[in-house]
Design a protein around this ligand. Structure first.
Ligand code: SAM
Ligand code: SF4
Length: 374
């Protein structure tokens, strides 16, 4: 599968100085962090095959390669990762404090995620606290869409700017196979509702997996045209809870583009921001847009400007980090804003040059996407 394996160090950034620059979050490769992703819960009501495949159905999907999986088969009713007790989860006040400190250091983009963020009670009050931070120019949320219809209006009123909704299949049965839940109708409703409320641009994420939904790529692209949303096709990354990911599950960004192009003309659009993770394309004759996110075959680490805060208060400087930096003690021991800011700057200096998915000695991180906050 060499076509899925890019040149090793082609995308690695160059090391710069290792002193923190006053007033900003700059890492030791001169990347300036502007984007903070905050996971507000480790819980989820889905069991997506690529994220939390703790169901028999998901195990069956991976069966032919189960010998490669590094985790035991799922046991019905028993979670591989029990939810964290509430005491370990950051309060909204603590999360807002981190957001304020990050904003004072130049972060201007915040995404609320999870787990499923809309499972956390009172999420709209967190949105309003973060929306009140002046310098945050882009406040968004990623959701699987199941609880969105109930909450959409108050999220909008609280100051949410836009949403990203996950949808990997337009087929009822395949949707169930991928997520473990019957939820297609609800998710479609959420997408339309987000549009009508002006939580735009509405982006829709589809993770494409060989043998599971690759046959739906063209249909999903057409969905972008019909519904006037931005469909984003994402390569499957090694972040699933069973560590069952294998390179041959990955449908490369090039293959995704090729499949769409065989049906509709695709024209490359300029990047909307230099740290964007997706390549943007206009689709067909109209104004429809798709994005292709290819972290496995076309790493974009050199331009990465993100860090993540987990629900239990750890900063992750990369999705694939093996080390996390705990902010919770400082948040709970009365540390002042200046101390927190200095701590965040020190953490950012440790940001890895890039993921090592394509290195022969790559080791998948212990935490899954649902625990990290995608
Ligand atoms: N539960 C919410 C949802 O599904 O939209 C938010 C959290 S989820 C972890 C955020 C995004 O990560 C989703 O769009 C999901 O498709 C993506 N994701 C999860 N696991 C992934 C993986 N192994 N590879 C690529 N994307 C993944
Ligand atoms: Fe699926 Fe999101 Fe839940 Fe992961 S966190 S299982 S991607 S719905």
């Amino acid at each position: 599968h060499s076509e899925n394996r890019p040149d090793r160090n082609q995308f690695a950034p160059q090391r710069g100085h290792s002193m923190s620059r006053p007033g900003v979050l700059q890492d030791s490769y001169n990347r300036v962090i502007r984007d903070l992703r905050i996971s507000i819960t480790d819980r989820c009501n889905f069991n997506c095959v690529y994220c939390l495949p703790e169901t028999e159905e998901a195990a069956n999907f991976y069966q032919p390669v189960a010998s490669g999986a590094k985790r035991p088969a799922p046991v019905p009713g028993k979670l591989l990762y029990p939810w964290k007790p509430r005491s370990q989860i950051l309060s909204f006040e603590e999360i807002t404090r981190v957001a304020q400190v990050a904003a004072s250091l130049g972060v201007d983009k915040i995404r609320i995620t999870g787990g499923e963020p809309l499972l956390r009670r009172g999420v709209e009050s967190l949105i309003s606290q973060i929306a009140a931070i002046d310098s945050i120019r882009d406040l968004s949320l990623t959701t699987n869409g199941t609880h969105f219809p109930r909450l959409a209006k108050c999220l909008k009123e609280a100051g949410l700017g836009r949403v990203t909704i996950s949808l990997d299949s337009l087929d009822r049965d395949n949707f169930k196979k991928i997520t473990g839940r019957n939820g297609l109708a609800e998710v479609l409703k959420s997408i339309r509702l987000a549009k009508s409320l002006g939580l735009t641009p509405v982006k829709v994420n589809a993770v494409i997996i060989r043998g599971l939904n690759e046959h739906e790529i063209v249909r999903l692209a057409k969905f972008a045209m019909d519904e006037d949303i931005i469909m984003r096709f994402i390569e499957f990354m090694p972040l699933d809870s069973r560590q069952a990911w294998r390179r041959d599950h990955v449908v490369s960004g090039d293959e995704i583009a090729g499949r769409i192009q065989s049906k509709y003309p695709l024209t490359r659009l300029p990047a909307d921001n230099p740290s964007g993770t997706s390549t943007r394309w206009s689709l067909g004759e109209g104004a429809a847009e798709i994005g292709i996110i290819a972290p496995v075959t076309q790493p974009f680490c050199g331009n990465c400007n993100r860090i993540r805060l987990t629900a239990d208060g750890k900063i992750r400087t990369c999705l694939f980090s093996h080390h996390e930096h705990d902010l919770k003690p400082s948040l709970r021991d009365g540390s002042g804003t200046a101390e927190l800011a200095a701590q965040l700057q020190q953490i950012v200096l440790k940001k890895e040059p890039g993921h090592r998915i394509n290195e022969p000695d790559f080791v998948q991180p212990a935490r899954t996407m649902s625990l990290i906050g995608g």
